[in-house]
Write a protein that binds this ligand. Structure first.
Ligand SMILES: [Zn+2]
Length: 702
């Protein structure tokens, strides 16, 4: 790792946070240095602390430990990401021989100096017990390469020298805190402690020393590993099974199949789907084709706290067959074998430990796919990405560890303790998920007002949303609008032309590679043309038919193989028009194309019911949008309508408001709400049309 400590940068931090003690500002600085290096910590892993004397409200000085909050990401930590804890009462806990989890949590909570601070790190007691002012803790890849070895400690001593204490694996909490303190008291000259299968703690009296010791020992570990592994390669390439000819298409098909095979009903009866994150590079592909690939999948996590991200084992897929039925069979079998083994291990662990636990879902989070790479799963996109990152580092460490020696896994028992440790589970923050969490929605023609309204409501309901259009500038506008309001990781944008079937197919393949598949399809792309039939240019007519009818048909057709591979149903919600039932003169191309698209959607409802896919339609009328994202239809139609009725833009809106029974102005969000209503499957409905028009009797569906 690079020693990135820069005194000038450090000074900037003390200036940036004038309201906090400079020692804490420096703590923020070196914590971010650590957090910014993925070979040290990943996504909320690792923790740091500083001990300060602080004046309390009655003017008395007290010693306070500022330790990282649980789950806070070191890379972007702020002073408020540290929890202040009264040190004296916590230090006294070392006298105890046993401290139940609930009581440890209670002690940490009641000794906070600010009520509103986050929950302290589960390793807070260790930081409290060790007397050093600054403590840095990471799960550095090169340290784990050395600790996760069959002969273990021998390598470590040789690599790191005499000023590092090495202790066997102990669970975080009182046992680990006491274990580390004892080693420190035996030899106060030590500069670091390595905990086998876990990571390294370095300490010092100032921020720079603790950080530089981290760099020094991690670099020693790296140099030692590289020296030992020099000229030794691990892994024998398989001779059978060629990598897929079109890796993009194969990956998309695999993602869809795996999402289907791992979807499950939770205890509330809700179908839970996963997002998928794919990682592929030469190293991963090569490893996926080793004869030892399956063993790599079964040799467990690098450190027990990774278990909540990747589960202990991965599933291995030997190859992706060309035929869909074979692919589904292979994936289904791999998942069945995995879940059976998970359930068995769970029963075994609770039996041996004589405890009761509520079993978590047994589905794999990581697949190693021959010829492709890593495919990771998560209930949120963030979780899928974390699982993929952790898996990538895990594989690299295992390859190195096996090249220099023999990788030694952690016991199933330790990993189980961590997976089912309530304090660890808390990091995942399991609040009831929003209704469309886990689903992927695709909206065509999303560069306008209605597309924005639909995307907004779907995101609010928890879905990931892919917005697509052929107009890049409009799409970008909608994207920035949404990204300001919602988690940007849930929004993807894609340019493609709905009139070109191949382009639609390719786009859906790309969506599957990015997110895993497709659950909610909203064909919304549409164009209008105003002309009476006698003046209607046949080419213009073709163009309107091409976007409005063929575009809808293309999107529905291209989604069907995906729905089939997933096998988890889905929803198609077609944005139709009030004109289908109540057409207007000089609007023939639009009305006829929408009517035909309406009919093809009803046919889709008939044909796709057997897949559990529902097809419904929404009929909006007079949705104008706002100044920033106007309705493209009304930009075209509006001027002519205003002219013929002698109205200004405001007057035109008012005219349409007065025209409907409820006297309301219809908004894009209303259309979005209707889409969400169908997508949440609140009623067993397919083939239906829902008017979003304020009530127009001539347009009542029939
Ligand atoms: Zn740790």
């Amino acid at each position: 790792m690079k020693n990135s400590f820069d005194p000038k940068e450090a000074k900037k931090f003390t200036a940036r946070y004038p309201d906090v003690p400079p020692e804490l500002a420096l703590r923020v600085y070196t914590s971010r240095l650590i957090g910014g290096d993925p070979s040290l910590v990943l996504h909320g892993g690792g923790n740091t602390s500083v001990k300060l004397r602080i004046k309390n409200i009655v003017g008395e000085y007290q010693e306070v430990l500022f330790v990282k909050g649980s789950g806070v990401d070191l890379a972007a930590i702020e002073p408020s990401g540290f929890v202040g804890l009264e040190l004296d009462p916590l230090r006294k806990l070392r006298k105890l021989s046993h401290l139940p989890d609930e009581e440890m949590e209670n002690q940490l909570q009641i000794h906070k100096i600010y009520f509103s601070s986050p929950d302290p790190s589960v390793e807070a007691l260790l930081h409290a017990f060790l007397p050093s002012r600054y403590i840095d803790h990471t799960h550095a890849d090169f340290i784990l390469t050395l600790t996760n070895q069959r002969p273990g400690e021998n390598f470590l001593k040789e690599a790191l020298g005499s000023r590092v204490a090495i202790i066997p694996y102990l669970r975080p909490g009182l046992p680990l805190a006491k274990g580390v303190l004892e080693r420190y008291e035996e030899n106060p000259e030590i500069e670091a402690v390595v905990v086998v299968h876990h990571g390294i703690f370095t300490f010092g009296e100032d921020a720079k020393t603790a950080y530089e010791r981290m760099a020094q020992y991690v670099n020693k570990a790296e140099a030692y590993v590289r020296e030992k592994a020099r000229g030794k390669a691990f892994g024998i390439a398989r001779t059978d099974g060629a990598p897929p000819k079109d890796p993009g298409a194969a990956m998309a098909r695999f993602d869809q199949a795996v999402r289907g095979a791992c979807a499950f009903r939770d205890k509330d009866g809700r179908l839970r789907r996963f997002y998928v994150e794919v990682r592929h590079n030469d190293e991963l592909r090569e490893a996926s084709l080793f004869r030892e690939a399956r063993d790599l999948c079964l040799s467990g996590v690098l450190g027990p706290d990774h278990v909540i991200r990747t589960k202990n084992h991965w599933a291995y897929i030997e190859g992706i067959p060309e035929e869909d039925s074979k692919l589904q069979q292979i994936v289904k079998e791999a998942v069945e074998i995995y879940t059976k083994a998970y359930d068995q291990n769970f029963s075994e662990q609770v039996r041996v430990k004589g405890i009761e636990r509520e079993k978590l879902d047994p589905y794999p989070r990581v697949f190693l796919v021959a010829g492709v790479g890593i495919v990771a799963l998560g209930f949120t996109r963030k979780e899928a990405r974390i699982a993929a990152d952790v898996a990538e580092h895990t594989l690299q460490v295992k390859l190195l560890a096996n090249a220099m020696g023999e990788y030694g896994p952690i016991s199933e028992s330790h990993v189980f303790d961590m997976e089912y440790w309530p304090l660890q589970q808390k990091k995942l923050g399991r609040t009831p998920p929003p209704p469309l969490r886990g689903q992927v929605a695709v909206i065509t023609g999303a560069g306008g007002a209605i597309g924005l309204g639909i995307a907004d409501r779907l995101l609010a309901a928890g879905s990931a949303v892919v917005i697509s259009d052929i107009d890049e500038a409009n799409l970008q506008k909608v994207y920035s609008h949404l990204a300001k309001k919602y988690d940007a990781s849930l929004i993807e944008s894609l340019l493609f032309d709905v009139t070109d079937y191949q382009a639609v197919e390719k786009a859906f393949q790309e969506i599957s590679c990015r997110l895993g598949g497709l659950d909610i399809l909203v064909p919304n792309a549409g164009v209008a043309h105003v002309a009476r039939i006698e003046d209607l240019d046949p080419e213009k007519f073709d163009r309107v038919i091409s976007v409005n009818l063929k575009g809808t048909f293309n999107a529905i057709k291209a989604a069907i193989p995906i729905f089939k591979r997933q096998g988890t149903g889905g929803n198609i919600i077609v944005v139709s028009s009030k004109n289908v039932f109540d057409p207007g003169a000089a609007f023939g191309a639009y009305s006829a194309s929408k009517a035909a698209a309406h009919q093809i959607s009803k046919i889709a409802a008939l044909e796709l019911a057997e897949l559990g896919v529902r097809v419904n339609l929404v009929n909006p009328d007079a949705v104008f949008g706002n100044e920033e994202v106007p309705s493209k239809l009304w930009e075209l139609v509006g001027p002519e309508r205003m002219k013929s009725r002698g109205l200004d833009p405001k007057g035109l809106r008012e005219y349409y408001r007065q025209r409907n029974l409820l006297k309301v102005q219809v908004t894009a969000e209303h259309v979005g709400n209707a889409v969400v209503f169908f997508a949440t499957e609140a009623t067993p409905t397919t083939g239906a049309t829902l008017p979003i028009d304020g009530g127009i009797s001539a347009a009542f569906p029939r």
